[in-house]
Write a protein that binds this ligand. Sequence first.
Ligand code: PHE
Length: 344
Amino acid sequence: MENKINQIRTEAIEKIEKTTNLKELEEVKNQYLSRNSEFNNLKKSMKDLTPEQKPVIGALINKVSNELNTLVAQKNDLFYKKELNEKLLKEKIDITMDGDYIPLGHVHPLTRTVNEIVEIFNHLGFSLINPEFSPEVELEKFNFDLLNVPKEHPARDVQDTFYCANLPNVVLRSQTSNAQARQMINSNPPIKIISPGRVYRNESVSARKNNLFHQIEGLYVDKDVTMAQLKGVLNEFIRLYFGSSRPTRYRSSFFPFTEPSVEIDVECIMCKGKGCSVCSGSGWLEILGAGMVDPNVLKGVNIDPETYSGFAFGMGVERLAMLKYAIDDIRLFFNDDEKFLKQF
Ligand code: PHE
């Protein structure tokens, strides 16, 4: 029996030595150390030994068993580390490698300007209009009639306004003020909304004018709304949009739907007020038309001008973007020139 044990020992050691990976080691382990192994069967047959032989053989079996288990454990440890290292090497990420280039999109400067202005007016308590009340294709009634624009007013002329060829009284709106009329006819005061959108005018295109551009309309109707509030709101808007350092001036003006009316100019950013081709030598650029809603307009939309008053304003988005970012040609907004757009 002693011989048998030693023979198994020599064989097992040799095989363990020869293994080169965890899988082979597992096989050898099964063969020599598992429950059904020859070695284990020897343990079972110990019961047939004489009392003298028992402790001797028992000690030998224990010794060999410990020896083999230790060897397997050592090899196991070795292979485990080796395989782990190989795996780590294989899966290593080279952080110095070039990544895939995914170009970033840009928010169009006009969208960015509209978002900025809307945010300022939200902050001043104005909500965004329901888009149903601000259509681009509009009836003359909302673009002109309800805004107190007389039938013979030159703005209605086809030279200024685009009419639909086959639909009588349908125009591409020439101003976002149509939203005022629709909002007032569809709701009761207090009303405090802004309405950004596209407008169309039949102009010859130049560095300063395009036949499609954007406006933002504002309307506030409630009891006791005053011109002082109009000035307060618009001054605050200008301060927040341009920063406090921008000189502005109010000029009295005329719009059919407001009385009194004003226009607001900001000092020309290009020449800092000295006078240049962008501001036609005046040193100022108009950014806003505004005024107190004409009582005739309120009457037309069934709001009692004895109880309610309001102010309205309309501003040109391109103009405001040009002034803030020193852009000297309105056509740049519409040309899809990547070199221009990438700067925003
Ligand atoms: N709708 C006017 C324009 O397009 C601007 C404006 C709006 C003026 C509201 C007064 C009140 O010029």
